[in-house]
Ligand binder design. Structure first.
Ligand SMILES: NC(=O)c1ccc[n+]([C@@H]2O[C@H](COP(=O)([O-])OP(=O)(O)OC[C@H]3O[C@@H](n4cnc5c(N)ncnc54)[C@H](O)[C@@H]3O)[C@@H](O)[C@H]2O)c1
Length: 354
């Protein structure tokens, strides 16, 4: 069977996509690359020429519009700075391509509405690479939640805690543009919670500034959100990037947790009660999830490979990817409401009418 061709724009996070060329089980291959200013990332070269040779890729360019003209490319993978996603999504869809876009899908409610309109107008597939939904331990937590053993969910929390100072060193657009972390960081815990509980009805949010003098001193980078879901669940989101990372062994600043009427899940640990019996156990983790030969892949590479697999199935079977344009738009809308809440000091209703 003829493979689907992919072109990748941006060779930081986007480099993870290239490993599909080493896996014979994929029906997709990366055939072209675009990067404007390739660099070294964590000691790994991302220069176009090095990558081209290493992964056997025929074509490279520094202008993404060159990719859009190629008939051998069916999917465009967008892995550029957040604020460039919308323009690249739009141009790719207009050129008839399917789109994989890393998180955040886009960075405003207006861009989210327009993305939904364009995906539907051009009848293409769009998948947002929210890596958390493809991490083994989270997949196991979701599977367990879906058994219903926690009972009716009452409250939850999710966090994204990442000291950005070393990331700023290698990726200066994050403080120069600057990155809007309420879209680009908070989308991790917001999307994770939406995966379990669906649409968010209302948001109340607070924000504060960074410990790093390179990030604009008057722009918030650390956030606390209180969410009320339409199904009645209340949740808190901690999203902090402008901090000094909590010390090892301290337990950190809070991870993922759900409390239901019959049980509680914290990360991979579960306690639930059934017929008067208490069950305490640990769910399988990422290390137990074997879906590639030899367990060679972990972290973002494993997640990226998993979402490419889902995207190719969506294209070949004409189904919608799980994190499609609507899911991406609803997640974006929560961040938009959170900004409005921070600016007005009030709880704000979330736009969900996509
Ligand atoms: N968990 C995750 O899914 C995850 C993790 C890290 C980054 N990301 C996302 O990936 C995106 C990129 O982040 P990163 O960490 O890879 O940043 P990065 O700075 O390491 O890499 C971005 C790359 O894009 C290239 N680029 C910039 N403008 C371009 C243009 N106009 N045309 C072509 N190439 C261009 C740069 O040269 C650079 O090589 C961001 O949206 C970020 O949120 C997602």
């Amino acid at each position: 069977m003829k493979k689907l061709g992919m072109g990748v724009i941006g060779l930081g996070m986007g480099r993870n996509m290239l490993y599909i060329n080493r896996e014979s089980s994929f029906q997709t291959e990366v055939r072209a690359l675009c990067d404007k200013d390739p660099a070294t990332r964590n000691g790994i070269s991302t220069t176009r020429e090095d990558v081209k040779e290493e992964f056997g890729i025929a074509y490279t360019t520094d202008n993404y519009k060159d990719l859009l003209k190629r008939d051998d490319l069916h999917i465009i993978g967008i892995f550029t700075p957040d604020h460039l996603h919308f323009e690249m999504i739009k141009d790719s869809l207009e050129a008839g391509k399917h789109v994989i876009v890393t998180k955040p899908m886009v960075v405003s409610l207006e861009e989210a509405k327009e993305t939904v309109r364009l995906v539907q107008k051009y009848d293409r597939k769009l998948l947002v690479g929210q890596t958390r939904r493809y991490e083994g331990n989270n997949v196991e937590a979701k599977k367990f939640y879906d058994t219903g053993k926690l009972g009716k969910p009452l409250l939850a929390q999710a966090a994204y805690v990442h000291d950005m100072r070393s990331v700023f060193d290698r990726s200066p657009w994050r403080f120069q543009h600057p990155k809007d972390f309420l879209y680009g960081g908070a989308c991790h815990p917001i999307d994770q919670l939406r995966w379990f509980f669906g649409d968010v009805d209302e948001v109340s949010a607070l924000g504060t500034t960074s410990c790093d003098p390179r990030y604009p001193h008057d722009k918030e980078i650390n956030f606390m959100l209180n969410l009320k879901f339409k199904n009645g669940v209340i949740a808190r989101v901690l999203n902090v990037q402008g901090i000094i990372h909590p010390p090892k062994g301290s337990g950190g600043l809070g991870g993922f947790a759900i409390c239901g009427e019959k049980g509680t899940l914290v990360g991979s640990y579960v306690r639930y009660e059934e017929d008067g019996v208490v069950h305490d156990f640990k769910l399988p983790g990422e290390e137990e999830m074997i879906d590639f030969d030899g367990k060679e892949y972990s972290g973002h590479t494993a997640s990226a490979l998993r979402y490419v697999r889902e995207m190719e199935a969506s294209i070949l079977n004409n189904t919608k990817p799980t994190i499609n344009e609507i899911e991406g738009a609803k997640c974006t809308a929560v961040s938009a409401a959170a900004w409005e809440s921070i600016r007005t000091g009030r709880a704000v209703k979330v736009f969900n009418e996509f």
